[in-house]
Design a protein. Sequence first.
Length: 132
Amino acid sequence: MRFEGVLSAWNHDAGYGTIRPSGGGEEVFVGLAAFPTDGEGPRLDEPLSFEIVTGRDGRKQAVQLKRVPGIHVNPAMRQAAGSARLRARQAQRKRRLSLLAGAVVAVMLVAGGVHWWPPQGKTGDVPAGTRR
């Protein structure tokens, strides 16, 4: 049996997302492999036709996707997809901040190491504790 819905969330890095069925109900998992190989990638708010199967992990997932041109998406569906975009932007911002924080920590470690690392003398110098 075929269902219709809208792509409500998509993670480009991981290659999966969710579809919100038009008739209501819980969102359905979808992987990149389920999309048609027509050269176009997944787009949020994109109307899709799909079948549902149970995956190896027991979750429902969409397969055999087809793009549906000209389906009217009701405002509630658009609003739900808009919140998915907001979540994606927030996740992207969080990744950027974590990268920035990592860079700041690395700079601080290097600066601290330069400050606290004892200066090395001449190559011929022998430390006082090892002289005879």
